[in-house]
Write a protein that binds this ligand. Structure first.
Ligand SMILES: C[S@@+](CC[C@H](N)C(=O)[O-])C[C@H]1O[C@@H](n2cnc3c(N)ncnc32)[C@H](O)[C@@H]1O
Length: 602
């Protein structure tokens, strides 16, 4: 073992006696990071932040270990810290859009090199696959060369036939960085002390535990690591507990091809793929790994190429813990938490209250939630509401699950129809199918319109309409879906707004389009007001997430400037505009069949 591997192995037990063996049973508790001053100082020294502006303390979430805290007041949108991850790994495989060196934004709506939206029908140049491993992709020869020089040469030859899961590839990378002494001893020591959830993996993922052990064994063989198998196993659990999907991108065009991987399991209710927000890759960052999860987050994590940026999502007071949502906020609590449990192997115990108005959540959802939190673990007010509404209606569960499956099947069928014969795609037929399912789909009652996956299904249908050139239905259905989306904050909501303004822009750009001659449509001016209003709101939101100079912010800003210069109404952010926007928004919501109270003007 080289000195770096030794530093890693020694630190893995946090100075406690070696726990030995691949099993976590009977192992001593991991020593909390906040109890080790030298380690805290080291981790904080790895970030770019004003001196003394962060601290590591015991988390405010019960039994969640250590957490990251601010020592100063923060305004909404303020940059809290930036950091460079220890290791990044791109998603691979067909349809992925990540260059494994630069991770530049390659969202399907933005041009990869120029700061602009893609023109309608514009196709992105394909990434080039490394002809050695046939796994990683690069956007240019220079990215490939730099990736090669900075480490790909060590791994390329050993990836043939290797697993494509991002956690496994991150494990390989880390083992190679340790073996080739690319990591510093301090980095290796800190890495070993991150949360690992070995016990959680072993206990909760009983079925997959032999697979996890197999992954560790294969990783040892492939990378020729001299670490003990037990230590590699823990490293894998550290990776799984700490990697964050690089939300450099989200598939704005709904990702329908993932349907086969979607599972709805009785008793756990996970929707394993959200159809959207497919990450570009994963990053393991020392300071970022100290952010605990909360269903009502106060920070947002974004990536600027390979740099992690953490910004305030709300204003924060000195002494508050920085909390981040590990999973797509746009999803309902009952969907999100099982996904957290299955991916990270812990049960959410966050206690913050949900910021949105209390949803009318029917009793069966309460029942599901109560199951999830039977051990007293709870998830704030959202959970309490579920608890309060809970009834003993075990018979209802299978009915709900079958409705969810049926709703997702609508997307599959619609997709098949749209792709097989575009001219025969019948949106009215698809919508009536949805209507039929939701009418009595909630165990005889009507499926709540804000309960997933209904909003997601509508967004998917809107995207299909757009693809077919059916602008009117695409906008109408999207408005309906978004009005019923309960989480109006964070990156997922900005993604939704991007979709919406792009759909609305077609109305304003092609006022003479034959589809828009329909007399039952609201006036084009109304669409324009609503378009400019949402575009303005989107820009303000992106400034908070990516900063004034963020690439996405700049693209949306130049779009906003161009569109407002040809807009004949009052300038956005004025009182006159607000009045105009309110009236137009009411008209449009009415046309879309949405209760205007669902989407108040803010
Ligand atoms: C990425 S680490 C966060 C830092 C961690 N608290 C530590 O002490 O190193 C994720 C781990 O923190 C804990 N955690 C984070 N958020 C939590 C939450 N909402 N409820 C319960 N545990 C949480 C879980 O143990 C999880 O595996």
């Amino acid at each position: 073992m080289n000195p770096i591997e030794q530093a890693f192995a020694a630190s893995l037990n946090g100075g406690l006696p070696h726990q030995g063996g691949a099993s976590s049973q009977g192992q001593a508790a991991r020593r909390p990071i906040h109890g080790d001053r030298a380690l805290c100082e080291y981790i904080l020294s790895t970030v770019q932040a004003p001196e003394g502006s962060l601290s590591i303390q015991e988390s405010t979430i019960p039994n969640a270990g250590s957490g990251l805290f601010t020592t100063r007041d923060l305004a909404e949108g303020e940059l809290i810290f930036t950091s460079v991850p220890l290791v990044l790994c791109a998603e691979v495989g067909e349809g992925t859009e990540a260059c494994d060196f630069c991770f530049q934004q390659r969202r399907r709506v933005f041009h990869p090199a120029e700061d602009r939206f893609l023109a309608p029908g514009e196709i992105l140049p394909a990434l080039e696959v490394c002809n050695g491993c046939r796994m990683y992709q690069y956007c240019s020869r220079s990215c490939w060369q730099r990736a090669w020089d900075t480490g790909h040469l060590y791994e390329c030859g050993l990836l043939a036939g290797a697993a494509t899961e991002v956690e496994t590839r991150t494990l390989y990378r880390l083992l190679i960085l340790l073996r080739k002494k690319v990591l510093l001893p301090d980095q290796a020591g800190a890495l070993a002390r991150l949360a690992n959830e070995v016990a959680g993996f072993e206990r909760r993922a009983k079925k997959t535990w032999p697979k996890v052990q197999g992954i560790a064994r294969e990783a040892k063989e492939r990378t020729k690591s001299e670490l003990d198998l037990a230590d590699i196993l823990k490293l894998y659990c550290i990776v799984s507990a700490n990697v964050r999907g690089s939300k450099l991108t989200s598939r704005v065009r709904v990702e329908l091809t993932r349907r086969p991987r979607l599972q709805i399991r009785v008793n756990s209710l996970p929707i394993d793929q959200t159809y959207r927000n497919a990450p570009l890759g994963s990053a393991l960052d020392l300071a970022g790994s100290l952010l605990n999860h909360c269903c009502d987050p106060n920070v947002v994590v974004v990536f600027n190429s390979t740099q992690v940026q953490v910004r305030a999502l709300t204003s924060l007071k000195a002494g508050e813990e920085l909390l981040h949502c590990y999973r797509d906020l746009s999803y309902d609590f009952t969907f999100r938490n099982p996904r957290i449990a299955s991916r990270y192997q812990f049960r959410c115990r966050c206690t913050s209250s949900a910021p949105h108005p209390a949803p009318v959540l029917p009793s069966a959802v309460g029942m599901l939630t109560r199951r999830k939190h039977a051990s007293g673990a709870r998830c704030g007010a959202e959970s309490d509401r579920h608890h309060n509404e809970a009834k003993s209606d075990a018979d209802i569960l299978p009915l709900i699950l079958s409705t969810q499956a049926a709703l997702f099947d609508v997307i599959d069928d619609a997709k098949k129809q749209a792709f097989a014969s575009p001219c025969r795609f019948d949106i009215a037929q698809q919508l009536s199918k949805v209507e039929g399912i939701v009418k009595t789909g909630y165990a005889g009652l009507s499926w709540p319109s804000n309960l997933e996956p209904l909003p997601t299904v509508l967004k998917a249908l809107a995207a299909l309409c757009e693809r077919q050139g059916d602008l009117v239905n695409s906008v109408r259905i999207r408005i309906k879906a978004l009005a019923n989306t309960r989480y109006r904050r964070g990156l997922p909501w900005s993604e939704d707004l991007i979709d919406l303004v792009l759909s609305l822009s077609t109305f304003t750009m092609f006022p003479g389009h034959p589809a828009l001659r329909d007399r039952t449509l609201p006036r084009n001016k109304d669409f324009q007001d609503v378009f400019i209003g949402h575009l303005h709101a989107l820009h303000a939101m992106l400034v908070n997430f990516y900063g004034e100079q963020g690439r996405v912010t700049k693209i949306v800003r130049s779009f906003l400037q161009r569109e407002t210069s040809s807009y004949y109404g009052p300038m956005p952010a004025t009182r006159a505009f607000r009045r105009k926007f309110k009236a137009s928004q009411e008209t449009i919501l009415k046309w879309a069949g949405v209760d205007e109270r669902l989407w108040p003007v803010e």
